[in-house]
Design a protein around this ligand. Structure first.
Ligand SMILES: *Cc1c(COP(=O)(O)O)cnc(C)c1O
Ligand SMILES: [Zn+2]
Length: 436
């Protein structure tokens, strides 16, 4: 059911009739050719095979009223329900209520990186229920799965998504069966298994897992399954818009000047841009230029390589990096990331594994935030872009940390150990040379 008032504020942008209630979502549209489709568990255009995305009847009218309504909403992503493909009463349904994570003003890190005081922020998405940004996207896919009558939730995952799906399914009473590369970090494997769903390790890398899932969807074996990042991908992607909404609201309803975003498939980056564009269109923030920067690990940098070479197409790579959550060698949204980085005047850059580890420790040491390897990638790339004069240290900059360091302990375990191990005596402590 639509919340009272929203329907009358709505404008019709898509003419396909539908009985599915996903709030302001009015249909799907092809990102390539613009063809419209009714809301359903489909992800590719019948005409040109382009990716489908959600189209909306967004609320029209007084931005101040909408801003107030959002501010009065719950301290999670559902405060933005009027802008998401979810029913108006979504907050009353069993889900993990992710989002509204901290935007940390990172003055210590700013000092180290030579950024003007008060201008550098870390959006810390390790604070989500399963400790990564993936709870945002899964929460959207869950509502789509409910609307389409699926009873099993599934995904192909580089680790974090599997845990987020397992947890959301447990809470919402769905069966879950998730697929991961067999050689992931222990923290991610355990996290994916502990919620009691089925967890399947596939002998291969993420791209093999993804290919397998695409086959499963087309087979009777996968009937009735909602794959959050495959057949529910258009809905899933919309969850990343909430990062854009939160960042702007937390900055006092202002656009940042620069954002540094990690790239795996590229979905998050493209949808953050979509979210920023919506806020401008709705009059919730003042329009001004912003730059979007993409961050990859050198060992899996197909988008960065294409950006630097001036290419429009992304040539697949075989990943080899400690940043496993970003290890997608054939990123579905790669070309769109290139478009956005170029359109906004941003860039796509990469750092090597050693720089990732250094950046994890830099963020921990300066701000008390223990990031997973993906956060090491964004902080490392931020450092590099400042050193190269690409990122402007006088402008408001937001760096994303999308996951929790406890899931990727191996990255820093070797160099983060006890300073000393001593007998429990004052003499031993004195001998260790640690007193002031
Ligand atoms: C999935 C993931 C991302 C981004 O993934 P996209 O496929 O680009 O949307 C970023 N950081 C972490 C920790 C992730 O798990
Ligand atoms: Zn199309």
């Amino acid at each position: 059911m639509r919340r009272k008032g929203l329907a009358s504020m709505a404008v019709q942008t898509v003419d396909t009739a539908t009985t599915v209630d996903l709030g302001p979502a009015s249909g799907l549209s092809c990102r390539e050719c613009g063809e419209k489709f009714p809301l359903g568990p489909i992800f590719a255009c019948e005409l040109c095979f382009g990716p489908l995305e959600v189209a909306y009847d967004l609320p029209e009218g007084d931005p101040e009223a909408l801003r107030k309504r959002i501010e009065a909403g719950p301290a999670n992503i559902w405060r933005y329900a009027p802008l998401l493909p979810v029913p108006a009463d979504v907050a009353d349904k069993p889900n993990l209520n992710p989002g509204w994570t901290k935007l940390v003003q990172a003055d210590n890190l700013a000092r180290e990186l030579g950024v003007e005081p008060g201008k550098l922020f870390v959006k810390d998405d390790s604070g989500n229920p399963t400790h990564s940004f993936k709870d945002r996207v899964v929460a959207q896919a869950l509502e789509a799965a409910r609307a389409f009558g699926f009873t099993t939730l599934s995904c192909s995952s580089t680790g974090n998504l599997a845990g987020a799906v397992g947890a959301a399914a447990a809470r919402a009473g769905f069966r879950s069966c998730v697929f991961i590369p067999h050689d992931l970090e222990q923290g991610k494997v355990v996290m994916a298994a502990v919620y009691g769903g089925e967890l399947v390790g596939i002998e291969g890398n993420y791209d093999d897992v993804n290919r397998f899932c695409s086959e499963l969807i087309g087979d009777p074996l996968g009937e009735g399954w909602g794959f959050v990042n495959v057949n529910l991908r258009p809905y899933y992607g919309e969850g990343s818009k909430t990062l854009a909404y939160e960042i702007c609201e937390q900055l006092g309803w202002q656009l940042p000047d620069q954002i540094v975003i990690p790239i795996a498939s590229g979905s998050q980056l493209t949808k953050i841009d979509k979210g920023l564009q919506e806020l401008i269109k709705l009059g919730l923030v003042e329009d001004k230029p912003y730059k979007i920067f993409g961050a990859q690990a050198e060992g899996c940098s197909p988008v960065s390589a294409a950006f630097k070479a001036g290419h429009d197409v992304v040539r697949p790579q075989k990943p080899n990096t400690i940043a496993k959550s970003l290890a997608i060698g054939n990123p579905a949204d790669g070309p769109y990331v290139l478009d956005i980085a170029r359109r906004t005047g941003g860039a796509v850059e990469d750092v090597n594994d050693e720089q990732v580890v250094d950046a994890i420790k830099l963020l921990a040491r300066t701000e008390g935030i223990f990031a997973e390897t993906a956060g090491g990638v964004t902080v490392g790339v931020t450092k590099k872009l400042i050193e190269d004069g690409v990122l402007d240290p006088t402008l408001t900059t937001v760096v994303l940390n999308t996951g929790d360091g406890l899931k990727t302990l191996d990255a820093v375990a070797e160099t983060s150990q006890a300073t000393a191990t001593i007998r429990p005596s004052l003499d031993a402590f004195r001998d260790a040379g640690l007193a002031n």
